[in-house]
Design a protein around this ligand. Structure first.
Ligand code: GDG
Length: 470
């Protein structure tokens, strides 16, 4: 179960119209459901009109592998729970933008009510021995609500974003309720050891909880809850396989030819202030200022998929990005040739991989990010062993990918120097780094991740849990 279904649902004559949703959680979790079956409980991206019935059907429609169970929200719930508490409070707090957190009791009330609704949906689908797998910061109270009603059901929780240090998390007046909610699980997973440690240190503030940091365990209400470091992987075969297709290779060549510059840089992000897109554009400008020999020789493609557009901070970041693109193209354009190509329409998987293949370097430079799948997807797509990954140390992925070129997005010249290093690096060093990165990303792919979750909960063994509501 996750806040969002992997599809956006629109009412249509003769039934519902389903459109693919874009985001890290969907990319990471859907292949597991496709392989294992189960039910995905989540919100379909629409608010309930009076008399509206939730969608409950098997997908993908052409070859059904699992079911989606829609949770309908009213417009007020959507504002309070989703935009309010989840995205305007928990999201900035967890990414250490503490000053941006909007802390309001009415948002919290809506969040609790919606978490109850999700828990009821989980209970409708729960059966003895079937795993309830809850995803992300929108649904922290669900594990305890489900356990209250069904202590026999195994529950796992995965936290996809950073978990902040106690000083930030305990700013929340309801921090202890959230911790108790999460501890309804049997196991809780995080992307990095830092996040797991932050969580355990924060749990010390919960009365009655005993923490064993060494073992990664919490004793709470007579149960042991395991806290694990499980960085998500990418579906290696999907990216590597797509990148090997001749049509995709040809498309990558066509992109390079159409842009007409010897060098290409690429950024792929949801339009979110945590992703550091304006900072990246500023660094690209500083790079062109410092290295005029690259003027007219490099194109920077930034894909910025609009996200959470009703939240003012997201409108603001979009405006800043658009201004920066205009400024750079005005200042550094040469005749009709412009240095930045900005794309807001999402690409298909094939088109995305063709861009990964076409780019000399991927700029993955968030101000803070739980993991960042784009970094791993870029590596998995470089079947030619070329390409350089420029990575922020504040992305969780940096803990696993030391062969990337690390650059600090808060310091414009450091990031500009990272861009220069990537473009000027000699091919042998590029090859060595990429080979090492590919080994790491392949070894810890999505199958590895799911195997870890499975063995943690002993899912699928006789008499133990099978995957259910995910
Ligand atoms: C959250 C955490 C964590 C983007 N544009 C297109 C497209 N995408 C896909 C990418 C990638 C996904 O969206 C973005 O994933 P990220 O991991 O970069 O970021 P979040 O959405 O913020 O995800 C994050 C993740 O959860 C998993 O735990 O890594 O830290 O914030 O898969 O490829 N996909 C297509 N066209 C696009 O234009 N097809």
């Amino acid at each position: 179960m996750a806040n969002r279904l992997p599809y956006t649902i629109r009412p249509a004559p003769g039934g519902a119209e389903l459109r693919r949703a874009v985001g890290g959680l969907v990319t990471a979790v859907e292949p597991v459901l496709l392989a294992e079956g189960g039910v995905w409980i989540g919100w379909g991206g629409r608010t309930a009109a009076p008399g509206e019935l939730p969608v409950n059907l098997a997908v993908p429609r052409e070859a059904p592998r699992y079911r989606i169970h829609e949770v309908l929200l009213t417009a007020a719930e959507y504002r309070g729970y989703y935009h309010g508490f989840a995205n305007s409070c928990l999201w900035p707090l967890s990414h250490l933008f503490v000053g941006r957190a909007v802390v309001r009791a009415e948002h919290w009330e809506a969040y609790r009510a919606v978490n109850r609704r999700f828990a009821r949906a989980a209970l409708e689908n729960a059966a003895p021995g079937r795993l309830v797998w809850v995803h992300d910061y929108h649904l922290t109270l669900v594990p305890a609500f489900v356990r209250e009603a069904r202590p026999d059901v195994p529950i796992a929780f995965f936290w996809h974003i950073p978990f902040p240090p106690p000083e930030a998390f305990l700013v929340l007046p309801w921090a202890r309720d959230i911790l108790a909610g999460l501890l309804g699980s049997d196991a809780i997973g995080f992307h990095t050891a830092d996040y797991a440690r932050n969580f355990l240190r924060t749990v010390r503030a919960l009365p009655g909880a005993e923490v064993d940091e060494e073992q990664g365990a919490v004793l709470y209400q007579g149960r042991v809850i395991r806290v694990q470091v499980l960085p998500i992987g990418v579906d290696w075969d999907a990216f590597d396989g797509t990148a090997r297709r001749p049509a995709v290779r040809r498309r990558a060549e066509a992109i390079r030819a159409a842009l007409g510059t010897p060098h290409i840089l690429l950024g792929v992000d949801r339009l979110d202030y945590t992703k550091g897109i304006p900072e990246r554009l500023a660094a690209f400008g500083a790079f062109l200022d410092a290295h005029p020999e690259y003027r007219g020789k490099v194109t920077f493609i930034q894909v910025g998929v609009p996200s959470r557009s009703e939240v003012p901070e997201y409108q603001e970041v979009r405006r800043r990005v658009e201004e920066a693109v205009g400024r750079l193209n005005g200042l550094h354009g040469d005749g009709w040739q412009v240095p930045v190509r900005y794309v807001v329409r999402p690409f298909s998987r094939e088109e995305l991989v063709a861009h990964y293949l076409a780019a000399d370097a991927a700029l993955v430079t968030p101000l803070r990010d739980g993991l960042n799948l784009v970094a791993k997807e870029y590596v998995a797509s470089r079947v030619d062993g070329a390409g350089v990954l420029v990575l922020s140390p504040f992305a969780g992925a940096a803990a696993q990918l030391p062969e990337a070129v690390l650059a600090n997005p808060y310091e414009v010249n450091d990031l500009a120097a990272g861009i220069f290093r990537a473009l000027a690096m000699d091919p042998a060093e590029k090859g060595r780094r990429m080979e090492a990165l590919r080994r790491r990303v392949r070894e810890h792919d999505l199958r590895w991740w799911w195997d870890q979750v499975r063995s943690l909960l002993r899912v699928g063994e006789p008499g133990t849990a099978t995957l259910h509501a995910a």
